[in-house]
Each structure stands twice: as structure tokens, then as C-alpha cells.
Write a protein that binds this ligand. Structure first.
Ligand SMILES: [Zn+2]
Length: 105
């Protein structure tokens, strides 16, 4: 079952699969349609530790279709934020190594 949107989104499908959040990919495209590519923005926490590409990060973790529920973080800040949240929630930070390397690429 291949549904073509005509905008080439399918090519990036596997790169986002690691999040394993239902609808994660779809909601990210929704955000891009509303606010543009993350790459067109600067990191919300911009400082000397920024690195990697810009990414849309969800604020509530509930992935609302609400532009106020999203912010742009560079990959480094995004990852740090995820780690901090996991720690706060008591979720072990245990990205499998193969996934870690893929994300860092
Ligand atoms: Zn940053």
C-alpha cells in the first residue's frame, strides 16, 4: 500500500520511524506546512552548544495540531531535551546503539 502525496515525503519515512509515536510523521508534516521547514528557523535554545540540523520538537508531548505546541531545536538541544524529559519521567535513556548512530548521522 503506497500512498503518494506527490511531495516526496515517503523517502524520509524510515528516518523518522525510530520515534515510534503513532502519527508522528504525519504531524511533523503538518507542522512543516504551518510553520515551514525546521531548517528555516533557528534553535529556540541557541547557544554555543548547538549542532546538527534543526528539528521540530513537540512541547506537550501530545503532538497537538497546534502551532503553539511546537518549537525548533537543533539536533543537540532536541536530544538533550528528550533525555531530560525521560529522566524526569523515570524512563530509562536507552537508545539502542544502532538507532543512536542513525539519529546522529
Ligand atoms: Zn541548539
Amino acid at each position: 500500500m503506497t500512498k503518494r502525496s506527490g511531495r516526496g515525503y515517503e523517502s524520509g519515512e524510515r528516518h523518522h520511524a525510530w520515534k515510534a509515536v503513532p502519527g508522528y510523521r504525519a504531524i511533523h508534516y503538518w507542522v512543516e506546512r504551518q510553520l515551514g521547514k525546521a531548517a528555516e528557523h533557528t534553535c529556540e535554545q541557541e547557544d554555543e552548544t548547538c549542532s546538527g540540523r534543526m528539528e521540530w520538537a513537540n512541547i506537550s508531548r501530545e503532538y497537538h495540531r497546534d502551532v503553539d505546541d511546537w518549537l525548533v531545536l537543533c539536533h543537540a538541544h532536541h536530544k538533550r531535551r528528550d533525555m531530560a524529559e525521560r529522566e524526569a519521567l523515570g524512563i530509562p535513556v536507552n537508545y539502542p546503539a544502532h538507532r543512536k548512530s542513525r539519529v546522529a548521522a
